[in-house]
Design a protein around this ligand. Structure first.
Ligand SMILES: [Ca+2]
Ligand SMILES: [Ca+2]
Length: 226
């Protein structure tokens, strides 16, 4: 039975068998905004799809709270290099975390049951220098777009065993859009994996933020969540 996460809940990373959960996926599943626009005098109504570009990212901190590694989309690299910000990448230096790549639309035609952006985690490969791994989600608004988590038809986060294309067993999940505190917000600090007495644990932070771009969310985490 999957755990339905509550904001601020701390959980052990254990399978239902009691074994430590070390290989899993952190995934976000979401839908594009689909509306039906009726034509003149009600004729010729058509479905209009508005792309929803959510970005799942993570950063790794050492025990002093210093940023030592990160995963975020390389699609922003031109802008990042102009601003002297480390370039985006999809695999961590230690190979323990891997991002499935940037999805810029969301599901069209309803929930396909698979996550649109996934970070695969193998805790056995994570460098001993990494003490905390923060996961966060940002809405990237294209020119002329203006929406927040409340307008997205569905957006769910989960931890599960499996691969980006196959879900074997869901460990825990968290529903974003049904939480009223996310209305009007463009960013969400999902939670952190952290070491405690030689074991990894997860803290479902669930804090929304007004950040316009993920680098602001990284800054926020470094300032407030060490
Ligand atoms: Ca995306
Ligand atoms: Ca999906």
């Amino acid at each position: 039975m999957a755990i339905s996460l509550q904001k601020g809940q701390k959980i052990d990373l254990r399978k239902s068998t009691g074994e430590a959960l070390t290989n899993f996926c952190v995934g976000v599943n979401w839908g594009a905004i689909e509306t039906v626009k009726s034509g003149f005098l009600g004729f010729g109504s058509k479905k209009v799809v508005e792309d929803v570009d959510l970005d799942l990212s993570c950063i790794m901190l050492n025990a002093n709270g210093d940023l030592i590694d990160w995963l975020y989309s390389p699609d922003y690299n031109a802008w990042l290099s102009q601003n002297n910000i480390p370039l985006g990448k999809l695999t961590s230096k230690d190979g323990g975390l891997r991002h499935s790549g940037d999805d810029r639309q969301g599901d069209v035609g309803g929930d396909d049951g698979l996550d649109n952006e996934i970070i695969s985690v193998d805790l056995n490969k994570v460098s001993p220098d990494v003490d905390k791994i923060f996961f966060f989600l940002n809405i990237y608004l294209n020119e002329g777009q203006n929406f927040d988590f409340a307008q997205i038809p569905f957006a769910k986060i989960r931890m599960y065993e499996g691969t980006p294309t196959k879900v074997n067993s869901v460990h825990s999940n968290y529903d974003i859009v049904t939480d009223a505190s996310y209305r009007g917000k463009g960013a969400l600090i999902l939670g952190k994996l952290y070491r405690r007495n030689g074991e990894w644990k997860f803290d479902a932070i669930g804090e929304p933020a007004d950040d316009k771009i993920f680098v602001q969310t990284i800054q926020r985490i470094l300032e407030n969540y060490k």
